[in-house]
Design a binder for this molecule. Sequence first.
Ligand code: ADP
Length: 367
Amino acid sequence: MRRKKKWDYYKNSDKAMTQKTNNNILEVIQVENLRKHYNGTYNGIMALKGISFSVKRGEIFGLLGPNGAGKTTTINILTTLTPPTSGVAYVNGYNINTKPDKVRASIGLVFQETTLDTHLTAEENLYLHALLYGVNKKDFITRKREVLKLCELWERRKSPVSQFSGGMKRRLEIARALIHFPKILFLDEPTVGLDPQTRNKIWDYIFTTKKQKGTTIFLTTQYLNEAEACDRIAIIDYGKIIALDTPENLKKMIGGDIITLRTADNEKAFAQIKEKLPQCKIKRIGKEIQIEVATGEEFLPSLIKTITPKILSLELHHPTLEDVFLELTGRKIRENNTPDTEDIFSFNLKSLLALFKNNNHKNTNGH
Ligand code: ADP
């Protein structure tokens, strides 16, 4: 009997995957034990140390991690720009090792750096891309209008890209990546280096693309508030996935809300809380009392009623993804955080998210 060769294994598993895809499987990306070793000085670098995960059809999936964690390497492997050292991944049902052309035809990709031809106009850049992907002329005309309108560049379609700002270029890159109707859109740190307003706009397009076309979005980010906007996130650190879930579940992992309290007589307040509110975890840290409860807002009225010493300060802290990362690694995700920009952006993104969810809800209810 003929021995099964490695190729047979690939062929058979590819067939099985394609069948599964045709049957509308939920997982449009499946990653199995991917490793990537870059050769270099000494022993080189093991950028990915065996990562596995899957991405569901139609979700916004984020890969969150600090600089050098392995995010770009992962996206480069999944989009067939670099081969893995070992392991396999299926994108839209196609094996990245054996069917790279099929993978490429079914995805859109936005790189971290601009890859537009700045001597060409916006629409010429789209046309070139459409030619490469074999989009027919009729489809191109309707699609060009659609994607340029989506990214608010329709009025500037005849301008050379050299006259565009950084934000406009990034928007055009998204439009270009969508021109051939990809099932999955890969975005490598799509908003890095952009001002908060442009970052919000980019997110607006991401939500709209998902909503209108059901496109699956796979993105990498080092911004915590962007990770919050994803349906699920994988946290990657030193080439390993250290957690994967919805942002809400990840935050639940580290416990409840934290209330930090200072009173005129902490000893007395501490004793009163311990006696009358035994359901909370309480400890004294320096001049403060720290209380951990499931839902801070619900607990605050009874706390205020219970303690008699004058309250000097009271702070309610909901767990953040930063707390999750800190809990898992003992480090902050970005040592040189820029809180001002993040805060403004966070505020705007939250409003945008609320608006989006609201509209979505209305649509599904047929309003
Ligand atoms: P991230 O996108 O999370 O910042 P990368 O995937 O770019 O991380 O890099 C992961 C690790 O692999 C880093 O230590 C980086 O220096 C290294 N690396 C990335 N690309 C190469 C390359 N082409 N050659 C050698 N080392 C690389």
